[in-house]
Design a protein around this ligand. Sequence first.
Ligand code: ARG
Length: 453
Amino acid sequence: MTLWGGRFDDALDDSVWALTASRTDRRLLAVDVAGSVAHVTALGSAGILPSKEVTEILTGLESIAAEVAAGGFEFTETDEDVHTAVERRLIELIGSVGGKLHTGRSRNDQIALDIRLYLLDSVVRLRTGIAGLMGSLVDVADRSGETVVPSYTHLQHAQAVPFAHHLLAHAWALSRDRGRFDDLVGRLKVSPLGAGAGGGSRLPLEPEVSAAHLGFDAVFTNSLDAVSSRDQAIEYAWCCTQTFVDLSRLAEEVVLWSSSEFSWMTLADRHSTGSSALPQKRNPDPAELIRGKAGSAIGRLTGLLSMMKALPLSYNRDMQEDKEHLFVLGDDLEHALAAMAGLIAGAAYHPNSPSGDVTALDLAEVLVERGVPFREAHEAVGRLVAARNSEGNTLQGAGFDELAAVHDAFQPGDQSLTDPTESVRARRSPGGGSFESVRVQIAALRTELELRS
Ligand code: ARG
């Protein structure tokens, strides 16, 4: 069934039907019915429909909601989209009064509403998923105690930091991702229902009544904007994609760390896969798949942006394409977050110590504390590194005499700082790679997540 046969004599060409009929939007069934309940309630409140008819329609919608909840709602081949299917079923159940459901409404404001309702629900699940992964990272960081690893820049050993500091860096990125979803909620909670086909209606609609019924904070103030904007959906897609990019960076490290070369972590059986050919293999497939899906997410975000970029106002059918992108993004991200949370929590960690040269900056800063210009200190420690390296040694284990040979401001005892763990113990800057900073971060993240230690 279509909702628009009146002015047409010929049936739709099969090829056009195949193009126009939407199957993907069936996932919107429950929210579509919820939106209709709110719409009919508002029609009753405004006196547009008599309460008897409102009650009949609501009873019909309740039956449909029950069918949906029980998984028993049946689509027919001829339902053009989810909105059509609900209206068709309503008329089957309660007769022609069901045809009044669409009073003062268009599929244009209806779909804009459905997407918002669907995304609001998805955001709740994704926030929970992000929190789960953050929790895994915080727990592993907490358990890693005073394990010290190299931090990297350019994938070269840079400074010594607590392993926890590195793990928590990923948790902070995820915390911002979660915050972005929070920010989005305010923009999703503006109801477009009542905008009709785009120009509004001569009927005295009360959009704020349906909005309040659905728990929205506000209603649209421009009906054309209400039916033609998809920036909220694109923002959701970006929030998903940015989270995917952050997940992908973590995934990349999982791949590196579980390699023979790094050998920092061993994945649990539950989170790694074997090779069909090589009996010895333990592959980090979940991490690789997440990294791969991040690429697809970028493609979907780009697809949505491209879909919108040249659309004149207001509604255009191009926008039907948004469903698959949004659904797949949300599904993939939810699975990826859960898989990564389990993988991080279940792995064994045995990171390597940093190279003995990573304390170079700490030694230079000792000189800086004594008034030596940083450039001069950098030069002196650089000479010490070169001297030690030329003998096949690193800075670690250099004696006081060697320090004194490159700068007279070094004092006996400074050589203890060539030990990476000692240099981490001496680190003081807020938010830096120190054990104290890690304690502060873990407490802050646990508070944010309301997690007990
Ligand atoms: N299925 C459409 C979509 O997903 C709903 C709106 C259709 N409106 C229209 N005038 N054809 O965007």
